[in-house]
Design a protein around this ligand. Sequence first.
Ligand code: ADP
Length: 300
Amino acid sequence: MLEGELIGALGLLSSESGFFKDEHLEIVQEVANQLVIAIQQARLNEQIRRHSCDLEERVKQRTAQLEAANKELEAFAYSVSHDLRSPLRAIDGFSRIIVEDYADRLDEEGNRLLNVVRDNAQKMDKLITDLLSLSRVSRNEMNLTNIDMSGMAGSVYRELASPEVKDRFNIDIGPMPEGYADPVLMKQVWSNLISNAMKYTLPRDEPFISMGGYREDGKNVYYVKDTGVGFDPKYEHKLFGLFQRLHTEKEFEGTGVGLAILQRIVHRHGGSVWAKGAVNEGATFYFSLPVREVSDNDGK
Ligand code: ADP
């Protein structure tokens, strides 16, 4: 019997009456008990297998629904940003024409207000550019290849540094492990980190930026360290969120998108990002990348 249900019967037959003694019956009872346990076990296993199949199927369905919703949202954000651009450029272009051709017919306040309109249109254009590059990070295919990370960091720095930065800043670019990543996206990572380091260090005396890398716990780690204004470590978790800024627009211009792009790129590569800093004591931004697994066919 299994939970009140009869699932089978064991019988003993003999031509001699009284052949089976109590001990024989006890043995048969014990065998029957063991059989019940085995059948119960097999039924439970079957139930568990069915439940886990169900669960797997449901997880698959939910993941597909989520992926579709995400893609739709990305496409929506992309086209909205794209479509916002032309009216915005018209506002900027026409207000520029007024500033250039009609300035003498406006008083000082009129000119000031027009410039405010242009400034804001340009800020919004920058924001749209940043949002478009954020959505491009996940839209485009990745082409993974070996990258000389130290060389890339150096060339990005030379491209971005203004003459003032080149003049005043001390720069140190140390050795770094070779990266295995998408070169276009990696260039964007370096560009976001280096332009931030320059921006948030510019007001300081003796500005210094150092970059380097090392291998740790089976990952390649890269960093950009500066002697800039730093940040309150209490809010470190906010740094990489979209539109999150720890400094005001008055102190430093920005959109709060750069580090969100950086995080998305690094996550897409299977790595992670983090930062250390203190107010007025500089900041260090780190990102890691998985080490390339070399297969037996490599180099043959
Ligand atoms: P943005 O610089 O356009 O505001 P980011 O996403 O690049 O946007 O950075 C988010 C915030 O992180 C910045 O507003 C700033 O408060 C902080 N931050 C980024 N880089 C640095 C740095 N090198 N030193 C100090 N704070 C930084």
